[in-house]
Design a protein around this ligand. Structure first.
Ligand SMILES: [Zn+2]
Length: 529
């Protein structure tokens, strides 16, 4: 069983009544839009989305609600924005901070739209929503009242669970200061059942300065928000959340998840949702982070991969395993290879297909209702070679490798893949993926006598070939290898060394057939003399 089914089995058991009533299960996740969204956030989005996708496959209704949080205080500035312009807005709720680009509603708009551009092509069933309108519409009024009434118990929960106590005059609420508009700087000190007493404190937090205003006001209808741990729990109740996981950082003993779960159960009398804790997405891009001045955004990484392969990246490992992603290393070529390997299992091209490979391939497809089409796809290694050889035509070489004409769908897939491969080769690929055809024998080519004799003979045979094709070249190499009793490594390595000065490369028969026949013969004879 693949991990997605392990989770949906547990989900169906816990919510069997709701499912029998035909009510949709509510799945939720969120991101605060305080800057460009980091690629790491895609793991949570895809994880929740794939659970919704698998439930749908099993005819269980669900709604995956993804929150674009525009209500949190601005407590830090992304370094690639105008610091002087935005510094005075520190401490305000994000929806009240001006937009980064003209024409946008507020500070969060562009970041939310960019995230959607990265996520939507993966075809996950997502309902995007903003938090601010829910507060404004009074949806949080009841939980705000419960939190204020239960303030003493919430303070105890913080103390019991995390050991970090709150002072006796601390209330789980931040009002928006009616004078300066900041929310991060206000402290509520009393609650009489109708109104809260508050002060906008000059030095309440390090990252923003309050105006000193004091007063009483209603905490309802958008005037205030809950601090994040009680708010996390409050959202579960307000939206009726059944399923919500979180990143590993929230799951330390005494961490935020535990605090939120306890507040949910004791203060809001709402059961904590079905939980999935997931490991980190470790990003190791040096060039990307250096040029942008930040970690890589979801959009930048999404641009490096076809949507189905981005989706595949996020689901092929079970949630408790970290995902390591180095766009300047072997991650991307390995990812394409792994996707192809999984396709082989899905389409039974293997004697013993393995569900752990076949399943993530199927799940990664963009339209889950459509049976995946069995396409011939060019391997990353071969494609990376073709895109670097201006004298080669991609479709022609693909047909040679496939052994027959490509279907229309295969042509589309080929050109899509080629565009990603080319982009990667041109920008991020390490030197070992750059192919340079050699004109002379490389230095330090160390051949034993048997290899020399074999390569010399191979040069003559290839020079005499009547038909110059991948198959005929492959055949000659194979026969020569057998005749001279060489191991595959003993013959392939020098071939790659002689022609591209590397120890490995694309499928050798086809690769040599893309070069000039006479040149191949001459180089082999010269190198083995
Ligand atoms: Zn103020």
């Amino acid at each position: 069983m693949f991990w997605t089914e392990e989770f949906t089995e547990q989900i169906k058991e816990r919510f069997h009544k709701k499912i029998a009533d035909d009510s949709p299960l509510i799945i939720r996740d969120e991101k605060t839009l305080s800057g460009r969204v980091h690629v790491g956030s895609l793991r949570g989005i895809v994880l929740h989305g794939i659970i919704a996708q698998v439930l749908a496959e099993q005819h269980v209704k669900s709604i995956f609600m993804y929150e674009l949080n525009d209500n949190d205080p601005m407590d830090g500035l992304p370094i690639n924005i105008d610091q002087e312009k935005f510094a005075p807005h520190m401490g305000k709720p994000l929806f009240a901070v001006p937009p980064v680009h003209e024409g946008e509603d507020n500070f969060t708009t562009g970041f939310g739209e960019e995230l959607k551009l990265a996520v939507n092509p993966m075809g996950l069933p997502i309902e995007w929503y903003h938090l601010r309108p829910l507060y404004l519409a009074g949806k949080f009024n009841e939980v705000i009242r419960e939190a204020l009434d239960g303030a003493a118990r919430i303070r105890e929960i913080y103390q019991e669970v995390s050991g970090g106590g709150k002072p006796d005059d601390w209330f789980p609420l931040n009002v928006i200061c009616p004078r300066c508009g900041k929310i991060g700087t206000t402290k509520v000190t009393a609650w009489d059942g109708n109104e809260v007493t508050y002060e906008c404190k000059k030095h309440y937090v390090k990252w923003a300065e309050g105006c000193g205003h004091k007063g009483t006001m209603s905490p309802f209808d958008g005037n205030a928000t809950l601090p994040w741990k009680p708010e996390w729990a409050a959202k579960w109740k307000v939206l009726g959340v059944d399923i919500e996981g979180g990143g590993k950082d929230h799951y330390a003993a005494g961490g935020s998840r535990e605090v939120a779960a306890k507040i949910s159960e004791e203060i809001f009398h709402y059961p904590a949702p079905f939980d999935v804790a997931y490991e980190f997405f470790n990003f190791q891009g040096k060039k990307m982070s250096a040029s942008k001045g930040l970690g890589a955004s979801a959009k930048e990484v999404a641009d490096l991969l076809p949507p189905k392969i981005l989706k595949f990246l996020m689901i092929r490992k079970e949630p408790r395993q970290p995902i390591d992603f180095d766009p300047e290393g072997k991650t991307i070529p390995n990812l394409f290879d792994e996707y192809d390997r999984c396709a082989d299992h899905y389409f039974n091209r293997h004697a013993e297909p393995f569900v752990g490979y076949a399943r993530p391939f199927a799940l990664a497809q963009i339209d889950p209702l459509k049976e995946p089409e069995d396409l011939w796809e060019m391997r990353f290694q071969s494609l990376s070679f073709v895109v670097q050889m201006p004298h080669l035509d991609i479709e022609t070489e693909a047909e040679k490798l496939k052994g027959k004409a490509l279907t229309e769908a295969e042509k589309i897939a080929l050109h899509e893949r080629a565009s990603y491969v080319k982009k990667w080769i041109d920008t991020l690929a390490p030197a070992e993926y750059k192919f340079v055809i050699q004109d002379t024998t490389p230095d330090g080519l160390d051949l034993n006598d048997k290899q020399k004799k074999a390569l010399h003979e191979l040069g003559k045979r290839l020079g005499d070939l009547k038909e110059w094709s991948g198959e005929t070249v492959h055949d000659k190499i194979h026969r020569t290898k057998e005749e001279f009793e060489l191991t595959p490594k003993e013959i392939f390595q020098p071939l790659y060394r002689i022609f591209i000065n590397r120890t490995s490369g694309p499928q050798v028969g086809w690769f040599l057939s893309t070069l000039d026949q006479q040149k191949v013969a001459d180089m082999l004879i010269a190198s083995s003399s």
